[in-house]
Design a protein around this ligand. Structure first.
Ligand SMILES: [Zn+2]
Length: 256
């Protein structure tokens, strides 16, 4: 399972969706539209919350302890791979599995990838369960396009993570000449341009699975959003945090 790119967490849809999950009001049927490369991470992130007795996803409750190192869980039912729409027989089998009592958690979750490409017959299998789910059963539909069949759509909480809200991956300067070139370009731009580069670098760090670097970039991005830094201070902060790897607390302690 891949990690959720930090840029997703900043989109309004995701803030609303995660705050609903955090407040304990976990919807029984929920549909999320996003790029398919994010589906795996969204499914895993929400599954941890749904299957946790306390909604935190990592507190050592029986639901949390049910996760294996391979990110499988006895109450987590997946249709297949992201982008692949499940066929009617798979949908039937999943609904049957979902109706069984939870094994270790207080809930069960079935995730249907490629729900926008489901046949009418496959969608019909889900209707009854979407309408009257057993109290412990939860369904997550993942779509790449905003084209869920109306019969399904009217029975789900619906969220769209817009593509344009997500950053593009951008290579982080890796040598002295590349840093000199970036500083020259950044000095002619604005603080917003620097923040945008940091966001795009964060995507590229996530893709490379360099999560410590992605976290440093995300913290920097939050500081840019919350503090009014001058252009020169922003550039200095990037160089210290990313090139010199100075901890953010130390940088912003001294910049104040
Ligand atoms: Zn838990």
């Amino acid at each position: 399972m891949s990690a959720l790119p930090p840029a997703v967490a900043g989109t309004p849809s995701w803030i609303v969706l995660s705050s609903i999950f955090d407040s304990g009001g976990i919807p029984q049927s929920c549909a999320v539209v996003a790029e398919s490369r994010l589906h795996d991470a969204i499914a895993c992130f929400l599954a941890r919350k749904v299957l946790c007795s306390n909604g935190t996803g990592d507190d050592g409750c029986p639901g949390c302890n049910g996760w294996t190192d391979a990110a499988t869980h006895p109450d987590f039912i997946l249709s297949g791979a992201p982008g692949e729409s499940p066929r009617i027989d798979r949908c039937r089998a999943m609904i049957a599995e979902l109706s069984l009592k939870p094994v270790v958690s207080m809930r069960r979750l079935a995730v249907f990838f490629g729900s926008d490409g489901m046949s009418q017959g496959a969608a019909n299998c889900l209707l009854k369960t979407l309408e009257e789910p057993p109290v412990y059963a939860h369904i997550l539909l993942l779509l790449e396009t905003n084209t869920l069949l109306p019969t399904l759509r009217s029975r789900c909480w619906f969220y769209v993570i817009p593509e344009e809200a997500l950053s593009k991956s951008l290579a982080i300067p890796a040598s002295d000449p590349e840093w000199v070139e970036w500083i020259g370009k950044a000095s002619r731009g604005t603080v917003e341009d620097v923040a945008s580069d940091v966001r795009d670098w964060c995507s590229s760090a996530c893709e490379a699975r360099n999560f410590p670097l992605a976290e440093r970039l995300e913290r920097l991005r939050i500081v840019f959003r919350e503090k009014r830094l001058s252009l020169a201070m922003s550039i200095d902060a990037v160089i210290l945090a990313i090139r010199e790897e100075v901890p953010c607390e130390q940088i912003f302690g001294s910049l104040r």
